[in-house]
Structure formats: C-alpha cells, structure tokens
Write a protein of this length. Structure first.
Length: 337
C-alpha cells in the first residue's frame, strides 16, 4: 500500500516538476533578460548604482534558473535525480545553488543599502557610494561567495541509502546553524527590509531636497522597485531557507518510501518558490511602476525593434538616430505620475 502511494507521489512530482519548470523557465528567462536589457540600455540606469546591483541579481537569477531547469529536465527524461547518483552533479548542486543564491541575495541587500544612501538628506551620505565602489563591492562579494560555495561542494558526497548529502558532520552543523540561518536567512532579510524601509522613508521627504526633478523621480522609482523586490524576496525566500535547514538535519532513508516521497514533494514545492523568486522581479517592477513600463516600451519597441527593422531592411533614414535619441530621452525623463 505504502509503495503504491509513494509511487503516485513520485509520479506527481515528476509531472509537477516538468510543468512548473516550463512555466518558470518561460517567465524567468524572458523577465530577467528584459531586466538586463532595460538596466543596461537606458542611460539613466547605466549610471545608477542600485540598477547595477539589480542587473547582477538578474544575471545570477538567470543562471540559477537554467541550472534548476536542467536538473528537472533530466529527472523528467530519465526518471532519476542526477544529483542522487552522479558525484559531479551532487557537488555542482551545492556549489552552484549556494553561490547563485548568495550572490542574488547579497545584490538585493546592496541595492537596498545603496538606495538608502542615495536618498539620504545628508549630502556626505549621498557621496559615500560611487559607481566605482559599487563595482568593487559587487566583484568582491561574488568572489567570496563562489570560494565559499566551492568549499561547500568539497564536503558533499553521495551516501548509499541517503543520496546527495553533506558528508562532514562539523560542516553540516556550520551550514545548519550559520550559513542558512544567517547568510541566507536572517541577515539578508533583516538588512534588505530595514534599509529598503529607511529608503522609503527618505523618499517621502525627498521633495525638500535641493536636487533636480529628474533626480527625484529616479530616486522615487528606484526605491519603489527595490522595496517591492525585497518584499517578494522575503515572502518567497524564507520558506525555502527554513526547509533547507530542516532537510540537512533529517535525511530520510529510501527504505521508508512514503516519508521519503513526502520529503521530495516538499523539496519540489519549495524549490518552485525559490525559482519563482528568481523569475518574477521584472513583472513585479512592471506592475508597481508605470514609469518602468514606459521605459520597457522605449527600449523594446522604440529602440530594439526599430534598430532590428532597420538592419533587416538594409536601409536607415539619416535622421533615424536623432529621432531615436530624442524619443528615448523624452521617455527616460517623463514624469511617471
């Protein structure tokens, strides 16, 4: 009876993984690519530090999704989890997942911190962060998390009856009581939440600051984007982190098929949530900011489409570039209200 029930659960997991992977892959690749396109193509964002952090986060999310989807496709094709049978996939699972999650979370925190400094009423606070410092901080954090995750992968191995687990008891305790609760749990959640709320408070009084109207509009927009990104990050990232802490300390042997199937189902659901967290930022930005929607239209329709059309037709009016720049400039500085 238990075997039949567990087989039904595993069959549901396989179908759920396939359909959810297709959905997440479609949303995530399209959304993250548009985020990268908008934040890198528009001049107003290229010099913005928070937009730079969000660009790095989108790249990390894109790589994370491609890895998760590739695993689910292998499960669907071969009906096995490659991380449970092949040591290289087992190690890559821990290295890539942890590195990409940590990079993504740290970029969200950095964007919230930078937005707080950018909107502060004190001039010396606004001058603390520069684009050069931003690039240095982002590069340093990425190197640290990659090195940390490689060490994480060195202690992962396949154990008979349990699959891909951390083989070192000491390192498992370090991951359980420090990495997931602090690095992936409380620290990014607390940091991002506090600084995004402080930035939101600064923006409410931004009208009093002696700065250009375009600058104030950009600060309000970026604060809205960062705050909504933090809310989604907290709501969808917390369940996955909590489950990972549980699963690292309660490995279920395969000779208990029903309990093992239920644990795999929970893992599938929470992995879907963390993948969804990496997929929907663009759509949240578009929903909460009308100005962002106009900027997407400016890049996607008035810039990329016309340029592609010009190349395909092998002819381009002489005044095309001037008209494009003029419309592009108007779109960037248009009042979002």
């Amino acid at each position: 009876m238990n075997t039949t029930a567990s087989d039904s659960v595993f069959d549901f997991i396989t179908k759920y993984s396939l359909y959810s992977s297709c959905l997440i892959l479609t949303l995530g690749i399209f959304g993250n690519l548009l985020n990268i396109l908008v934040f890198t193509k528009l001049k107003i964002f290229r010099s913005n530090r928070s937009a730079f952090y969000l660009t790095i986060e989108s790249i990390s999310n894109l790589l994370f999704l491609l890895y998760i989807i590739s695993l689910n496709i292998l499960i669907w094709i071969y009906s096995i989890d490659a991380t449970e049978y092949y040591p290289i996939w087992c190690k890559l699972r821990y290295v890539l997942l942890q590195a990409l999650i940590l990079i993504s979370y740290s970029m969200i925190c950095c964007a919230a911190i930078d937005q707080y400094f950018s909107t502060n009423c004190r001039l010396h606070f606004r001058q603390v962060c520069t684009l050069k410092l931003t690039r240095y901080v982002a590069s340093t954090l990425m190197c640290i998390w990659i090195a940390h995750s490689i060490l994480f992968g060195c202690f992962s191995d396949i154990q008979p009856g349990y699959g891909c687990v951390l083989s070192s008891r000491i390192y498992r305790q370090y991951v359980t009581y420090f990495v997931y609760p602090v690095f992936i749990g409380l620290l990014p959640i607390f940091t991002a939440s506090v600084f995004s709320l402080l930035a939101f408070r600064n923006v409410r009084h931004i009208i009093r600051r002696q700065s250009s109207i375009n600058r104030r509009r950009l600060d309000r927009q970026m604060t809205t984007l960062v705050l909504t990104r933090v809310i989604i990050f907290v709501c969808l990232g917390t369940p996955y982190t909590s489950f990972r802490i549980y699963s690292l300390n309660s490995s279920v042997p395969r000779n208990k098929p029903m309990i093992f199937a239920i644990e795999q189902l929970l893992q599938c659901i929470f992995t879907f949530l963390i993948a969804l967290n990496s997929s929907i930022s663009f759509y949240i930005f578009a929903i909460c900011s009308s100005r962002f929607r106009r900027q997407v239209k400016s890049v996607f329709v008035k810039k990329c489409w016309k340029r592609w059309k010009c190349v395909c037709c092998s002819r381009c009016p002489l005044n095309f570039q001037e008209n494009q720049l003029a419309s592009h400039s108007n779109m960037e500085y248009e009042d979002p209200n």
